[in-house]
Every structure is written in C-alpha cells, then in structure tokens.
Design a protein around this ligand. Structure first.
Ligand SMILES: Cc1cc2nc3c(=O)[nH]c(=O)nc-3n(C[C@H](O)[C@H](O)[C@H](O)COP(=O)(O)OP(=O)(O)OC[C@H]3O[C@@H](n4cnc5c(N)ncnc54)[C@H](O)[C@@H]3O)c2cc1C
Length: 474
C-alpha cells in the first residue's frame, strides 16, 4: 500500500446519456501502483469495482451503482511517440484528442477515432471502438500492438498477439472485465495533408443508402450516413451520406500547413461569436417542442445544397468530431437523458431488418431523433461487435415518466430480438437495455463460455463489475 490513504469520493456516476447510473465511491489514481492498491482495498472491503475512462459510454458500461469506481482519466501521460513509425505508448487516460494533437505535427493521424475526441485510450481499447472507416481498417484493437494489464489479483501482464494471445483478444472488447489496462501502444497512420476531400451525397431511401455504401466502400477511406428516421413510406431511411478520402502527397498544396494542431480543433465559438456552450438550450427546445421532425427535414433538404458543392476540403478534426461542435449537446434530452441503441446486422438481412426496426419505432411513437449508418467487417476479438454488415445507431430521448421509460426499454428489447433472430450483434458502449439472455445470443455459447472461463481465471472473486456486467450476467 502507498502511504497516503486512498481518497475515495462519493459521487453520482452516470453514463454519457445520463439516463442510467447512480451513486458510487470514486477514486482517481495517477499510477498503476495506486490502481493495485485500490484493487486490494476494495477486495478487503468485500466490494466490487468498475473501471472508467472518460465516461463516454452512453449506457451503464462504466457505472457501478452503490459500488466503487476507478476513474482513470488522471493516468494521462503520453509516454512516447515515435515520429518514424507513428506508434505511441500511452497511459489509459490519454484521450483521442491528446493523441492526435501529438501525432498530427509529424503527419500522423489515429487509425480509428470515435465521433467524439474525449474518449480515453483505455476505454477505446476495452470497448474496441470503431470509426467511420471500420469496413476498411477494422476496429481499434487491430491497431494496438500490445498493452499491460493489471489483473484483479495484482499481477501485471504484458499482452500482445504473441504473448498471452488469448487474454489479448479477450481484454480488447472485454469491457473492463479482465483487468485494468495501465499502459498501451497505439499505432497511428501516415497522412499527407491536414485535410480530407469530402462529398455529401443525398440518399433517397434506405436501400439507396445501403447501395451507395456498398458501391463506394472499395474506394472510399471513410463512409458514414446520417438518416432522417422520421422519413416514412418511399422516404423511409433517407439521409445524407458523407464520403471522405485522404489526399495523396502533394495533392493539397496547403495540406502540411493544416498539420498545426490548433487548426484541427473544433472552434470555441459559432461564427466566431456565439459561445457554443449556449447552443444546447436551443436544441433542448427543439426536442421538447416536438420539432425534431422539422429539424431533420431541413437538414435533409440542406443535403442537396451540400451535394451540389461537393467535393470540398475539410480538416480531419472537423470531419470526425462533428458532435464535439456542440458541448454538452446531450443536455438537450434533460431531464430524462438519452439512450443509444446500435444494432449490427449481417449484410444479407440489413435492408429487411433495419426497415422493420424503423417502422416499428414509427408505429410506437418512439422515433429516434438521430440515426447513423455505418459499414463494418469482422475482427478477431472474442466479445466483438464487428461483423460483415451494417450498424444503425439510433438515439432515443428518454422520458422522465417511469411508464414511458419502461415502454421504451420494452420496445428496444423487442427490436433486439428482431436483430438477434437475424444473427446480429450489439455494442456494449451503446447499450442500456439488453437482457442477460441476449448476451448468449449475441456471441454464441462457445464464446461466452471462453469469456467466462477467462473471467474465472483472472478475476475469480469478481472484483471487476459494472452495472452492465451484472445486467448481462457476466
Ligand atoms: C458523442 C459520442 C460519440 C461516439 N462515437 C463513437 C463512434 O463513432 N464509434 C465508437 O465505437 N464509439 C463511439 N462512442 C462510444 C465511445 O467510443 C465508447 O463508449 C468508449 O469506450 C468510451 O471511452 P471512455 O474512455 O469514455 O470509456 P468509458 O465509457 O469510461 O468506459 C468504457 C469501458 O471501458 C472500460 N475501461 C475504461 N478504461 C479501462 C482501462 N484502463 N482498462 C480496462 N477497461 C477500461 C470500462 O470499464 C467500460 O466498460 C461515442 C461516444 C460519444 C459520447
């Protein structure tokens, strides 16, 4: 034990969507030794403990009601960056933003980034996050050469594809169940410009959207489609697809100037004037005055204008981190908060399944205010969400009335059955509703047995728990 007593604080710990979570005792360690001390202290107290990075998981993946939480955001030293290879060695609390701010000046950009740059490297690894290029470069774990894992028993293990390969492939995407990642290597990729060439492409309906993605995925570096989930009939699944390509050496004469980190960051003010922190109340009004239908219609129409002016050049930061443009945007769903439901559907049944889900939402009056369509590919991680197919992230505002809230949970569980019947999967960073019975169906009995065996081997007392893991019966 270190000499200083551990400074646990009582806090309300919630998911990013604010709809789930609760009181917990929180510690913010700064070293791996303090993590080991915390493990020992919680074990002695007979408690259980959740690992938490930046708290960007929408649901209960990093919450632990009435238990202990280790918030790793202060273990945030970027230890090494090799400007020849682009490989960084980082502590788990280093964020996507910290990483690209270090790498971009050397002409490197992370291989996989999420829609917000606030995500930590530990959280990205534990959830095996994907980007808008998942169909092309796979998931985050595919770009992690090795990591150090502190097990619940206090053993520090180096894991890679060669050393502890089983643990390596299970802890990546293992949602913090097998130990704490205390250090990891992350490979970034060479870029020749600070900008991307971007196209906005209007998609008439769901099938058009899917066809466009299928036809472009052999050439495009990034593809992501926004869907207006209020569109019905012939307009069901309409939206705006964004394609972005990296530029070849010399293609953008101004490209290297854009390597300056300050030019990649999202600006603090809108039009240089309005502090962006003031935007969420306007969005709150749109959500609560049932104006989302109108806002989505306007956004869809604006897509035609964007398509006409495409392609255009945009910085990596502006393309990837659109959601960071509006700080605290999730507050627009207060007081009930939001949940995201992100099914992954195999390629052969995507059109039928997504159509069914959207129609079911519309029929029940729970229309997601946001829909985002992406293409994926399989990966080698045990608990992965990756498959040869598409995902549709659907954001639902949650009512503060218990009856409406329960109805939404039931609807999502029904939708999950449609997805699971088609051999689909789910992504625990975005989940708040799945039942324990679904866990087995997502991964299959053999994979679940292997994961449970690893948990029993490396955490026999089940020290590491979250609200998610208890819900799924892990
Ligand atoms: C606006 C927004 C956009 C997003 N866009 C995307 C996207 O495009 N693609 C995508 O894949 N995801 C996306 N996400 C989800 C996000 O990438 C994941 O939830 C990610 O895991 C969050 O990282 P975090 O650091 O916040 O981890 P947390 O949410 O705090 O924790 C996530 C999991 O990691 C575990 N964990 C955390 N640190 C460690 C550690 N050091 N060792 C072991 N386990 C650990 C936790 O126990 C938990 O199970 C988005 C989230 C938001 C809020």
């Amino acid at each position: 034990m270190t000499e200083n007593p551990l400074d646990w604080r009582d806090e309300d710990v919630r998911g990013f969507g604010m709809a789930v979570g609760g009181p917990a005792r929180v510690l913010r360690p700064t070293t791996a030794e303090q993590v080991a001390d915390a493990f020992a202290a919680v074990r002695r107290a007979g408690g259980n403990l959740a690992l938490r990075g930046a708290g960007c998981s929408y649901g209960d993946a990093a919450t632990n009601r009435d238990g202990y939480v280790l918030d790793l955001s202060r273990m945030n030293r970027l230890l090494e960056f090799d400007p020849a290879t682009g490989v960084a060695v980082v502590e788990p609390g280093v964020t996507v933003r910290d990483l690209w701010r270090r790498s971009i000046g050397h002409g490197f950009w992370p291989n996989v980034v999420s829609g917000t740059m606030a995500v930590s490297m530990g959280g990205a690894a534990a959830m095996n996050i994907h980007g808008k290029n998942a169909y092309r470069v796979g998931t985050f774990g595919e770009h992690v050469p090795w990591f150090e894992l502190l097990t619940a028993g206090g053993e520090l293990l180096r894991c890679s594809r060669e050393t502890q390969p089983e643990l390596f492939h299970a802890a990546l995407a293992g949602f913090g169940m097998l130990g704490c990642i205390t250090k990891l290597a992350v490979a970034t990729k060479r870029v020749h410009s600070g900008r991307l060439r971007v196209w906005g492409i209007v998609a008439r309906d769901l099938d058009h959207n899917l066809e466009l993605i299928e036809s472009l995925r052999g050439q495009a570096d990034y593809l992501v489609s926004w869907l207006d989930l209020h569109g019905s009939g012939v307009a069901l699944g309409r939206g705006l697809l964004h394609r972005a390509d990296q530029l070849a050496p010399g293609e953008d004469p101004e490209g290297p100037c854009r390597f300056e980190a300050g030019l990649q960051d999202v600006p603090p003010n809108l039009f240089g004037l309005v502090p962006k922190g003031w935007l969420w109340p306007g969005m709150w009004a749109a959500v609560h005055a049932q104006q989302v239908l109108l806002v989505n219609w306007l956004k869809f129409q604006a897509g035609y204008r964007e398509a006409k002016h495409s392609p255009y050049l945009q910085t990596h930061g502006a393309f990837h981190f659109l959601l960071d443009y509006v700080p605290r945007w999730q507050w627009m769903t207060k007081p009930g908060g939001l949940i995201q439901f992100q099914p992954f559907v195999p390629v052969g049944s995507t059109s039928r399944v997504l159509r069914t889900l959207i129609e079911r939402c519309q029929a029940t009056g729970f229309v997601p205010y946001l829909g985002v369509l992406k293409r994926h590919r399989p990966d080698p991680f045990l608990m992965t969400h990756g498959l040869d197919g598409f995902s549709l992230a659907m954001d639902f505002a949650v009512s503060r009335h218990p009856r409406r809230r329960a109805e939404l949970w039931r609807l999502c569980q029904e939708l999950a059955d449609v997805v699971l019947d088609a051999g689909g999967r789910f992504y625990y960073a975005k989940d708040a509703v799945l039942l324990a019975s679904s866990f087995q169906r997502v991964h299959g009995g053999a994979a679940v047995d292997r994961f449970r065996a690893l948990k029993a081997r490396w955490d026999p007392e089940r020290l590491l728990q979250t609200d998610l893991s208890r819900r799924l019966g892990v």
